[in-house]
Design a protein around this ligand. Structure first.
Ligand code: MG
Length: 417
């Protein structure tokens, strides 16, 4: 039993990059000793803050912050009903902050607490997009110039216009010459429109172009974002096999994972799955059934480092690798947590990386160093990323519903975003 006690828990909301972020700060009775954790569920940011401030804080005050596993397990069931992205993000903010504290107490970076470095740098992939295959090629060349060896290739994002201006729907896929998206009815509900069939037809053209122009010396990723029917995804995985993708991501919605067996029987295109999962158990049949090759996982959405390291270990013994989610709606503290896991697990696959702006670097001192397509951690004790609360307060959150989630297909039907 240590003499260390949790004396304060609060949620800091900030949006230095224009995206709402939530960071949990846990203070202790040792002066100057505190931990930070990412609790960012950007689309429901105020609900997470309430969960932390109203429920986690009173639960935690007075507890020993070094008892991470015990706190995780008891906090998880403290509301009886458990899991879900709001409660898991609240739990993640707490969990990561406790790992940060433990590292600071030990004088070790979190990756050393998790077993130590398995590699010298963390390979990253970046996003590229474009209205047609030529724009995508240009954007990939720019990213390659920066040193990246892995790249996610989208055309019209997930097959949509990326705007709520209906007149612009045709500017994306229509440029792919003879693949015309369907006309919408004469009056259309506001939303982000896309044509799943035109999108599926456009992808072989995209990757044929990219392999012809850029060769096979660069790794390509594509994210289906669960936007097409399961059978269309199977067709896509088969057609794209010749282009040797690093992986095809989220080919089916979480509700349709049974279709992965059929996909697997017909294609050797590597599959990554799980961005929307909120429990380690969601991956279990996919990993043990050898239905996927990479776990896509938003670490804060499953409850933080504690469950993520177990998921990674379970994946390791089944020959499955990691690809932690790394979009813009994750704080630099969460990015660092991903990377401490990346460094310390042997079955690391790849790390998604979204560049941070100057304001984010200013608010969060200690962001990982990025150089020529690799990330490097500082080796400072804990997670290694701090927050300047005064500066964070200069970037208030905006809340609201993000427009990109208002996806619709050509005739106006609401769709998975
Ligand atoms: Mg994704």
């Amino acid at each position: 039993m240590s003499d260390l006690k949790i004396t304060g828990v609060k949620t800091i909301l900030t949006a230095p990059g224009g995206i709402d972020l939530a960071v949990v700060k846990i203070e202790t009775n040792q002066p100057g000793l505190y931990g930070l954790g990412c609790a960012t569920f950007t689309q429901r940011i105020y609900a997470v803050k309430t969960a932390v401030d109203e429920y986690m804080a009173p639960f935690l005050i007075g507890k020993d912050p070094l008892r991470i596993e015990d706190i995780w397990q008891s906090a998880c069931v403290s509301g009886y009903w458990r899991s879900g992205p709001i409660m898991n993000n609240a739990l993640s903010g707490v969990d990561m902050a406790l790992w940060d504290i433990k590292g600071k107490v030990a004088g070790l970076p979190v990756y050393d607490l998790l077993g130590g470095k398995c590699r010298d740098g963390i390979p990253l992939y970046r996003h590229t997009d474009g209205a047609d295959e030529f724009q995508v090629e240009d954007n990939i060349r720019a990213v390659m110039e920066e040193g990246y060896q892995y790249v996610r290739c989208q055309m019209g994002m997930y097959g949509g216009a990326g705007t709520d201006d209906l007149k612009l729907i045709a500017t994306q896929l229509a440029r792919a010459k003879n693949i015309q998206p369907k006309r919408s009815p004469r009056e259309s509900t506001a939303g982000i429109y896309f044509d799943p069939e035109a999108y599926v037809k456009s992808l072989p053209r995209l990757f044929d172009h990219l392999r012809n122009k850029l060769g096979f010396g660069i790794e390509f990723i594509h994210d289906v974002h669960e936007r097409v029917t399961p059978i269309a995804s199977i067709q896509l995985a088969k057609t794209l096999e010749q282009f040797q993708l690093f992986y095809l991501e989220d080919p089916v919605a979480p509700e349709n994972i049974d279709w992965l067996k059929m996909l697997r029987n017909q294609s050797s295109t590597p599959i990554a799955m799980g961005e929307l999962f909120t429990s380690v158990n969601d991956w279990r049949p996919l990993i043990s059934g050898h239905l996927i090759d990479y776990i896509r996982c938003h670490v804060s959405c499953i409850g933080g480092i504690t469950p993520a390291r177990k998921l990674a270990a379970f994946s390791e013994i089944h020959g499955v690798r990691t690809a932690w989610h790394g979009p813009g709606d994750i704080s630099p503290v969460g990015v660092a947590a991903n990377m401490h896991l990346d460094l310390s697990i042997t079955n690391f696959g790849i790390q998604e990386y979204t560049p941070v702006n100057e304001a984010l670097r200013d608010v969060f001192p200690g962001c990982p160093e990025i150089d020529r397509g690799y990330a490097y951690l500082s080796g400072r004790p804990g997670l290694g990323v701090d927050i300047d609360e005064a500066k964070a307060a200069r970037y208030p959150c905006v809340g609201g519903i993000p427009s990109w989630t208002m996806a619709r297909t050509s005739d106006g039907t609401a769709s998975r975003p």
